[in-house]
Ligand binder design. Structure first.
Ligand SMILES: Nc1nc2c(ncn2[C@@H]2O[C@H](COP(=O)(O)OP(=O)(O)O)[C@@H](O)[C@H]2O)c(=O)[nH]1
Ligand SMILES: [Mg+2]
Length: 328
């Protein structure tokens, strides 16, 4: 339990940009302990009074495509432009990912030592809703601590990408040349979220393959209806390992952001996404609440009834809902 004085120190620390206090605040909002919830709410309330002016970017793409390596360089370019950069690395709950967090840390080694950088791996386990909420709150805290750019490294798979896209202003999708869409696990939904596509590891691709990859992606993007942000989605290439073209991607991202700011698209997009997020979170929370109410015993009973042919799956669902929420 954090005492009031301690809480005040955390709040003041965050607002004056102290990263050790920022870490404490993020730990607090990530805490699952019910006695921390109230303190977390206080910290959040005190830290999210001013409307955010930071640029929020998601760097997405299949595992291994080079996201962390890319962010390491990308972040340094942003810092050279006078920005303070926070990186939140979302991590799936699997065992496999525990290794990747360490990997991410070492891959961002140069960025990590920059005084104007803050890197926070979020080894969040649990439901998608929890991940989204933690990331959202961590983002607000980073913003309160004066970070101008907040980069979210996503896990590159499935549903979480769509959820993350509702937290950010720009969604940058990294891909590699030569691997088919299938191989890269790029779902149509993820492509559709992209504001900018970057073919990374250009150092490894033959020139002609790179050109083909870029053209293929452009063709694929063409199939989608134009976004309502007022710009066309471009396809660039980069080599994170050789620090090639990342400055161009950086320039482009800042450009898109100021275009969105000036046209009013940014405000509109943020409100739309906030509403979508609300719907999404509501669905996730309801799911959690209802499932939590079903006891193991009740679930087993239904499973057995289905196995014995006594109930159809639909009848079982009705029964369960009647038990836990009183109606179906
Ligand atoms: N050749 C080459 N390798 C890269 C490049 N970017 C990243 N890598 C390598 O690809 C592997 C995965 O990189 P990582 O940043 O961890 O990918 P992530 O899983 O998407 O975060 C590492 O071995 C990196 O050194 C690049 O531009 N060129
Ligand atoms: Mg990574």
């Amino acid at each position: 339990m954090v005492g009031n004085k301690k809480l005040q120190t955390i709040i003041e620390g965050v607002l004056s940009g102290k990263t050790d206090m920022l870490s404490k605040a993020i730990t607090l909002v990530e805490s699952q302990r019910s006695e921390d919830r109230e303190d977390a709410a206080k910290v959040l309330a005190a830290c999210s009074s001013s409307p955010g002016t930071s640029l929020r970017i998601a760097i997405s793409g299949a595992p291994g495509v080079g996201k962390s390596t890319f962010i390491n360089v990308f972040g340094q370019h942003l810092i050279q432009k006078g920005k303070r950069v926070a990186v939140l690395a979302i991590d799936p709950s699997s065992e496999k990912s525990k290794g990747s967090i360490l990997g991410d840390k070492t891959r961002m080694a140069q960025l990590a030592v920059e005084i104007n950088a803050y890197i926070r791996p979020s080894p969040t386990s649990g439901a998608l809703g929890g991940i989204t909420r933690n990331t959202h709150e961590a983002m607000l805290l980073c913003e309160a601590a004066g970070f101008d750019v907040i980069i979210i490294e996503t896990v590159g798979v499935g549903q979480s990408e769509t959820a993350v896209s509702n937290l950010v202003d720009l969604f940058i999708l990294l891909v590699i040349a030569g691997a088919g869409d299938e191989l890269q696990g790029i779902k149509r939904g993820i492509m559709e979220q992209a504001d900018l596509v970057v073919v990374n590891k250009s150092d490894r691709a033959e020139k002609v393959n790179l050109r083909t990859a870029i053209q293929d992606l452009k063709n694929a993007l063409h199939m989608f209806p134009p976004n309502d942000k007022g710009f066309a989605v471009e396809v660039l290439s980069s080599s994170a390992i050789e620090n090639k073209n990342i400055d161009i991607v950086c320039e482009k991202a800042l450009d898109l952001f100021s275009t969105m700011q000036n046209s009013g698209v940014l405000d509109r997009s943020r409100s739309e996404k906030a509403v979508t997020l609300m719907h999404q979170m509501l669905r996730t929370r309801i799911l959690g609440v209802v499932f939590d109410r079903i006891t193991n015993q009740e679930m087993r009973t239904m499973e057995t009834a289905i196995n014995n042919g006594e109930l159809s799956p639909f009848q079982a669902v009705d029964e369960l809902l009647k038990t836990v929420i009183g109606f179906t």
